[in-house]
Design a protein around this ligand. Structure first.
Ligand code: CA
Ligand code: CA
Ligand code: CA
Ligand code: CA
Length: 325
């Protein structure tokens, strides 16, 4: 390669390297070839004068699936997505949140870069656990997130909101329905609908559950003429906090599982309700002809969106007295 060509190639490589590499707020390349050319080559690269943008943020209780709600004295995370622009972007340096409306004095809580997910949405930044004031009146509260890039450009997204909910959920209704051939007989396809006073966070019922249909095992335990229905995880090893359902009838003469083999039982979240559909029965069941009203005792492990524990006050089946399933 000739000398001038070599010099041109070298300059191009250095310039491209500075342009693509970014890094610092200002990149300047100065090359001198005093032997062959006394002139000085100077290449000034554009720099980042554009502030980052907070594209999304949400506050959620810890742990959680459903975001946007906290309770007084509860712990929470702040999530955010931040992008930086510039020519080239110098990159996001710090992200902080002012949550002093819900936690006194916390005007600059640091959010760390990482890979986070809440409510089915991915976020690139999250705070450590923060504890809400106690007391903290229920209602909507504003907070802000500030992002700064490596060139010290800064932008604040204000007007973000989180809802404080201090009202504990309660059981409000319990019903079954015949989804198969015989009313009064527990079979594949029959349903149990547990209804609460407000939406329940699915993750409080089953780790990792989003509320979409998922496999479970239903157990109906024989207790003479007052058999009891419980819901277990898909492995049939851990009872889920859907409480205990007294069927008030002799639906079987020996303990049975539904969905442990064959067709799985399922549960799905729908508004304030969780609907359980029976899978394949492990053995014979009775057909009950005497109408009665069930009694459901909810479990405190069921949490609302803010993390308040459900009361365990029993709920009696409403409507006309009927047989179940
Ligand atoms: Ca509530
Ligand atoms: Ca039935
Ligand atoms: Ca029985
Ligand atoms: Ca009934």
């Amino acid at each position: 390669m000739s000398r001038p060509r070599f010099l041109a190639a070298l300059l191009t490589a250095v310039f491209v390297g500075f342009t693509a590499g970014g890094g610092g707020p200002l990149s300047l390349a100065i090359l001198t070839d005093s032997e062959n050319n006394p002139s000085t080559f100077t290449s000034a690269v554009k720099f980042d004068i554009v502030a980052p943008t907070v594209t999304a943020s949400v506050i959620s209780k810890t742990p959680q699936y459903t975001p946007g709600y906290i309770r007084q004295a509860g712990t929470y995370y702040i999530y955010a997505n931040v992008t930086d622009a510039g020519n080239p972007p110098s990159g996001v340096s710090t992200v902080t949140a002012d949550v002093s409306t819900i936690t006194t004095g916390q005007t600059a809580v640091a959010l760390a870069a990482g890979s986070y997910s809440v409510g089915g949405v991915s976020y690139g930044y999250r705070s450590a656990s923060v504890t809400a004031n106690n007391p903290l009146t229920a209602g909507s509260y504003s907070y802000s997130v500030t992002a700064t890039d490596a060139s010290a450009n800064s932008a604040t997204q204000s007007g973000l909101t989180v809802t404080v909910d201090n009202t504990v959920p309660t059981g409000s209704a319990i019903q079954t329905a015949n989804g198969s051939t015989t009313a009064g007989k527990a079979e594949l396809g029959d349903t149990v609908t547990y209804t609460f006073s407000e939406p329940i966070d699915p993750q409080s019922i089953l780790a990792g559950w989003t509320g979409a249909s998922t496999s479970v095992v239903v157990r109906i335990n024989n207790n003479a003429s007052i058999d009891t229905l419980l819901v277990f995880n898909a492995a049939n090893t851990t009872q889920l906090p859907l409480g205990s359902l007294n069927l008030r009838g002799d639906y079987l003469a020996a303990n049975r599982t539904f969905g442990a083999s064959g067709t799985a039982s399922t549960m799905v979240l729908s508004g304030n309700s969780i609907i359980v559909t029976l899978g394949t029965a492990s053995g014979t069941t009775n057909t009950v002809v005497t109408a009665n009203n069930m009694t459901w005792t909810p479990a405190a492990g069921a949490l609302d969106r803010a993390g308040n524990a459900c009361t365990t006050t029993a709920v009696t089946e409403g409507g006309a007295s009927d047989v179940e399933f």
